[in-house]
Design a protein. Structure first.
Length: 188
């Protein structure tokens, strides 16, 4: 009986230590928030048209602010998951990396890294999850939703996006050339 009691106590200690270790491991390394600055896309779009340019350049900070704004409007990812902080950075060509601080079941903080492939899906810039991980532990990418950055909604109506590319740490949005009528309407 004494050996059984000792075995149960040792088991409880190991389970408690394992739970504490798991909690420590999944906890976020960085303190992130959802504060963002407004990106004046409409004004930049109008300036671009006045210069007769067909490209709008968004810096990494612009993309970070647009994505955070989208998440801040609805931080409740699912019933038991709330996004508490985010930081986005561009990586390579057409890739966006998101570091997220989430809270699961209103108790467990988790630091999550998602790698997205960027694509233009008029009128939004869509980020599709390619890779997901908690620190070095990979997670199935199909368990996560895409992030939609409402880029087209923020631009003047006469601007029609042709393509979106990532190059040199910037997102370059290419537009169809405006017609003469579009330019006349702009100047009125």
């Amino acid at each position: 009986m004494k050996k059984l009691l000792i075995a149960i106590i040792v088991l409880i200690v190991f389970v408690g230590a394992g739970g504490a270790l798991a909690y420590w491991y999944v906890s976020p390394d960085k303190k992130l928030d959802l504060q963002y600055e407004e990106v004046p896309l409409e004004q930049r779009g109008l300036d671009m048209l006045r210069r007769l340019s067909t490209e709008l350049v968004l810096t990494e900070a612009d993309v970070n602010n647009l994505a955070k704004a989208s998440i801040a409007r609805n931080p409740q990812y699912s019933k038991d998951v709330v996004i508490q902080g985010a930081a986005f950075r561009l990586s390579g060509t057409d890739r966006l990396v998101a570091d997220l601080n989430i809270r699961v079941a209103d108790r467990v903080p988790v630091g999550l890294t998602l790698t997205y492939r960027l694509s233009w899906d008029d009128p939004n810039l869509t980020a599709t999850v390619e890779k997901a991980s908690v620190k070095d532990v990979g997670l199935p990418a199909d368990n996560f939703d895409d992030v939609v950055i409402p880029l087209g909604r923020e631009l003047p109506k006469l601007m029609k996006v042709k393509d979106v590319n990532v190059r040199d740490g910037e997102v370059v949005v290419s537009f169809h050339k405006p017609t003469l009528k579009d330019l006349q309407d702009l100047l009125r």
